[in-house]
Design a protein around this ligand. Sequence first.
Ligand code: URA
Length: 229
Amino acid sequence: MNTALRHEYLAALGLEAWVMRNQPAASTVASTVAPLPPSTAREAGVDWPELRARVAACTRCALSATRTQTVFGVGNQQASWLIVGEAPGAEEDRQGEPFVGRAGQLLNAMLRAIGLPREQVFIANVLKCRPPGNRDPAAGEAAECLPYLEQQIALLKPKIMLAVGRIAAQNLLRTDVTLGRLRQQVHRFGSSQVPLVVTYHPAYLLRTPGDKRKAWEDLKFARGVCANV
Ligand code: URA
């Protein structure tokens, strides 16, 4: 990406003065946090169309009664990067696509800042349905829904996962460690042991723009990890 364009993206992030620094190689970074136990393999072996159909018809938790539609995920099925958020919000529930609201605009800018157009990644959520009032996902809802994400990962075989926000990170890593302590480390997800990096949720960054610099550090860190996979 040329310098002018990168500065434009960084300006969108409110980080116009930032310059690239060298990133640590993935091999120098400690892996932390207990891995997700092997999945129940409920959806194992299912292809993309069948998985999409199963999600669309899902009634495994009470969110199926209040959703407008399921939000399966979107993007390139050959993507190296899988971005995982928490759950659809009101706009995502309406449109059936993750991260299409204001937070989504910022997520797009964050991805572009590291040279990744939205079309080049795959974006999904821990939950495929909107919790009413955007409340946090319940543990049972996440447990019912995670096998869908696990099969998406099995099909996609991403080189890296980027968990955006505390809720996504804690659900994926099965931990209650704070986001601040989960950042800047290489975790491993599930039986596939995909490298997983944690950063702030774009909705949080809209409320707390002072932390955008830390998010930018996380994105560069993740890019360094991906380059060394
Ligand atoms: N927040 C999320 O975590 N996911 C979305 O899809 C939208 C907002």
